[in-house]
Design a binder for this molecule. Structure first.
Ligand SMILES: [Zn+2]
Length: 162
């Protein structure tokens, strides 16, 4: 879905529709131990195969499975939930740290980096679901709120705080 092909009215209507889209709910039985308490403030490296959250940076965990850096325990928890949801077929095209260039009148203003983006599988196609994990330090200041809003407007997306 490209903003370039949408009028302002279409983009607004699209955003309104996307706001009504269901957020991928946490799996009922997570196959991992949630990171809680003080540990949530740390950086984690999550193996995308076995979903182990490593407290130290590692190059590999299971054979050649990719390892994803997460800036907080909350982010690592959400990543592992989303990987499980993707395996269960509830979402697809999961991406970490997706970047959205914010261009206004042909001028690049900034780049907004969300935590996750994916497509919800279901009868209706809502396009990308973009998520920011609440509590991440990088999302608390006003400049980042402005970047997020700018990305929403220029890309006709809705960023969900989870
Ligand atoms: Zn592993």
């Amino acid at each position: 879905m490209s903003i370039l092909r949408m009028t302002a009215e279409q983009a607004q209507a699209h955003q309104k529709r996307v706001r009504g889209a269901p957020v991928a709910a946490a799996p009922s039985k997570p196959a991992f131990t949630m990171i809680e308490g003080f540990a949530r403030a740390r950086h984690w490296w999550v193996c995308l195969r076995c979903l182990t959250a490593h407290a130290k940076k590692i190059a590999t965990c299971c054979a050649d499975a990719p390892v994803q850096h997460c800036a907080s325990g909350a982010e690592a928890n959400r990543l592992r939930e989303l990987v499980l949801l993707q395996r269960a077929g509830q979402i697809r095209s999961l991406r970490c740290q997706p970047e959205y260039e914010c261009i206004v009148n042909g001028i690049r203003v900034c780049t907004y980096r969300a935590d996750f983006a994916y497509i919800a599988c279901g009868p209706e196609d809502y396009g990308d679901v973009v998520e920011d994990v609440k509590g991440s330090k990088k999302h608390q200041d006003r400049a980042s709120a402005l970047r997020r809003r700018l990305a929403e407007v220029t890309h006709a997306i809705v960023v969900r705080l989870v």
